[in-house]
Design a protein around this ligand. Structure first.
Ligand code: ADP
Ligand code: MG
Length: 693
């Protein structure tokens, strides 16, 4: 591996032009020849053929040779240059919205040109806007032309030249043994790199363009392998950290045993399995980093409570953090109900409690008298000092930003003057497809609750156009009449929080008028915490029949008697969000209904989302469709996720490669550390830091 040649700032004897190209390359992160060879084309342009005008289609790029038969420069109502060109098969329009005199000159009637650009369906037939015009009848390139990601002022030809020089300088060694490459049916690294930079005419152009060519597969595999190797290394590094071993108390009167005895239900086999996975992790002397996934309503809270009690029984403090006050409050109530009969004090800490209450809470936390602390992000604030924090539980972790998560694990790692750090359990109700879990969470252990508790009735989903709103009001009245409760979720108004609020307030008014016999409540993000809690309490205790809300109920709220949910402007919500919302009903014995009210006309994407909601309730299926519709970066709610660091591989399309890369990573780590090192050196220079919070 050659070392990167960092340019020296002092020496500048070279001609100025060379230096600027170099600087521009640096702006793209292209410093060494190795960087350049891994700077692969964004796409390819097919300039190998002249197309007959009659075969052109809108939305496709075209290269024609044709003669100007009309041309017109106009300055009113706006300045533009138009022309019509013709070949033996037909004619097509050209248009420039700004133009120079020499372009007007070029378009003199009778002159023949080679013309390239994208075909559009215009008002008077097809046209090409701002076409590239070059000399006709010159030699055509024999192969696809690569187009590279670039930066301002750096032209494609100069990038191509720099990359071409790098290709001559660098030996394109394979990091992997030929035996493995062959077994996986992959191309050699050298062949792949050469092909991608300089395809030859015989190569499958479509496969190159669509990233399915064997050369792309090899590069994607290498990238995914590097990611797997580096995540595994991160996991290993954390195993060298120390945590307190929190042994499960085997006695029949342990806190866990007593909690289980007090429950009105018994754990499902899936819950038992994940609970024992977590329990075993807690006993180890290095920190647990485990993700507990389970669809909405799968019963994660009780599993978390058992983990907390094992830790408390073993003599440490536990913190549980939720992304919203409502959710934290609900955990607090539930844990209090479960833990206080066992003699465990549960402490409540959020950003909005009074200064006095906060002082008391802080004192209880730092003296260690509070064994279990429940709260929001306030828990990670500087002022909170734990006495002996041994386990941190984070609910709905995907809702926290990366920065918050970082700060939590930092806190974890700084905490306690001792030389051990807390175990971490994160929970998520956004199931993610397996291939995504393998990459994004490859450094976490994952436990999945894959079945719902018994006695749930599937939710019936209805798609109803907004014009039939009155009908929906009828359903609401009916549900109330039978003692059922109703959620009415107001639309997201992306642009403005105050509009969001306004719609909620208006809807609340309208429903109050429409349902004079029932109590309609309102909860939204800007309500003071105490009021929010009071409304939620009233709803839980069935003093409120219909709860109008913004999406604050999106995560975690658990009111089994609510059996009807109406989501207004469902077309504005994302798939995962809709699934989360729908998961709020269907928690009790009553038959539940989720009404998705939508406003026509629907965009294609919205239509597909609503159809997915209608067709399936399986969280994993929904997640897969979401991945297909939106791509992984957005699905994980974070542009900074490890996923977006993949430059070439596409998790939605390359699931098979992810599995192969993971397998190879395990193998290589066990048998060939020198290859691991070599491969990481090529692919991960300077990137490890970003990979994981
Ligand atoms: P989530 O995984 O979405 O956080 P919760 O922990 O809120 O789900 O559980 C949903 C509901 O199911 C709660 O009312 C909980 O008490 C109940 N529940 C959990 N486990 C079981 C079980 N094994 N049998 C019956 N009900 C259960
Ligand atoms: Mg939950």
């Amino acid at each position: 591996m050659a070392t990167a040649q960092r340019p020296s700032a002092k020496v500048s004897v070279r001609p100025k032009a060379v230096a600027t190209t170099k600087q521009k390359l640096e702006r793209l992160g292209l410093i060494s020849a190795h960087d350049l060879i891994l700077h692969l084309p964004l796409r390819y342009e097919d300039e190998t053929e002249i197309m007959p005008i009659a075969t052109l289609r809108p939305g496709r790029s075209a290269q024609i040779e044709a003669t100007v038969i009309r041309s017109d420069a106009s300055y009113q109502p706006r300045r533009q240059l138009t022309a019509v060109v013709q070949d033996d098969t037909g004619e097509i329009g050209l248009r420039w919205l700004t133009f120079y005199p020499n372009q007007q000159q070029q378009m003199q009637v009778g002159r023949r040109w080679r013309i390239r650009g994208e075909v559009r369906g215009g008002m008077h037939g097809y046209e090409i806007i701002h076409p590239k015009v070059t000399v006709a009848d010159s030699v055509l390139p024999a192969a696809l032309t690569p187009v590279y990601p670039t930066t301002e002022g750096l032209s494609q030809p100069s990038l191509r030249k720099a990359i071409g020089q790098a290709l001559e300088k660098v030996e394109l060694n394979d990091t992997l043994e030929p035996e493995l490459v062959k077994r996986l049916g992959l191309q050699s690294f050298g062949e792949a790199i050469r092909t991608l930079h300089a395809p030859t005419p015989d190569m499958d152009a479509l496969a190159l363009i669509e990233h399915t060519h064997p050369s792309w597969l090899r590069i994607k595999f290498d990238e995914l392998l590097a990611q797997q190797l580096s995540l595994a290394a991160a996991r290993d590094a954390r195993r060298s950290l120390r945590s307190k071993s929190l042994k499960a108390n085997p006695k029949p009167d342990s806190l866990c045993a007593r909690l289980l005895k007090s429950l009105p239900f018994s754990l499902t086999p899936a819950q038992q399995r994940v609970a024992s996975e977590i329990s075993a992790d807690l006993e180890r002397e290095f920190p647990m980093y485990r993700l507990l996934q389970g669809d909405v309503g799968s019963g994660k809270t009780i599993v978390a409570a058992l983990a907390a009690l094992q830790a408390i029984d073993a003599g440490v403090q536990v913190a549980l953090m939720a992304p919203t006050e409502i959710l934290a409050e609900q955990h607090f109530q539930k844990l209090k109900m479960w833990c206080e009969p066992l003699g465990i004090e549960v402490c409540w800490l959020t950003g909005s409690i009074t200064l006095k209450a906060r002082k008391i809470a802080n004192a209880a936390i730092s003296s260690g008298s509070a064994r279990l602390v429940v709260g929001t992000q306030a828990l990670i604030q500087e002022t909170v000092e734990f006495f002996d924090l041994g386990l941190v539980i984070v609910d709905e972790q995907h809702r926290f930003g990366v920065a918050q998560r970082l700060s939590l694990s930092k806190k974890g790692e700084e905490i306690s003057g001792d030389d051990w750090i807390p175990h971490q359990l994160t929970m998520s109700a956004t199931p993610i497809p397996r291939t995504l879990a393998m990459t994004f969470y490859a450094d976490l252990e994952v436990s999945s609750i894959d079945t719902l508790p018994p006695g749930r009735t599937p939710v019936v989903t209805k798609l109803i156009s907004n014009e039939r709103r009155d009908e929906v009001l009828g359903h609401v009245a009916q549900a109330c009449a039978t003692g059922q409760q109703v959620y009415w979720v107001c639309p997201l108004v992306q642009e403005s929080e105050s509009l969001d609020l306004q719609t909620a307030v208006d809807t609340h008014l309208a429903l109050t008028e429409a349902l004079p016999d029932y109590t309609v409540g309102l909860v939204h993000g800007q309500l003071p915490t105490a009021e929010k809690a009071a409304v939620m309490k009233a709803f839980r205790e069935a003093h409120i029949n219909v709860l109008v809300s913004t999406t604050v109920i999106e995560v975690g709220v658990d009111v089994p008697n609510a059996s009807l949910m109406v989501i207004e402007h469902a077309e504005r919500f994302g798939l995962a969000q809709l699934h989360q919302l729908r998961g709020r009903v269907g928690r009790g014995v009553a038959k539940s209904v989720c009404v998705l009210l939508f406003q026509t006309p629907l965009s294609m994407l919205a239509r597909q989302r609503l159809r997915a909601m209608y067709e399936t309730q399986d969280g994993f299926e929904i997640a897969q469709r979401d991945l297909d519709l939106r791509g992984p970066g957005e699905l994980l709610g974070s542009k900074q996720s490890g996923v977006t660091l993949l430059r070439f591989a596409d998790l939605a399309a390359d699931g098979g490669l992810v599995v192969a890369a993971r397998q190879a990573a395990i193998e290589l780590r066990a048998t060939a550390p020198h290859i691991v090192e070599r491969h990481l050196a090529r692919w991960m220079r300077g990137r490890e830091d970003f990979l994981r919070s």
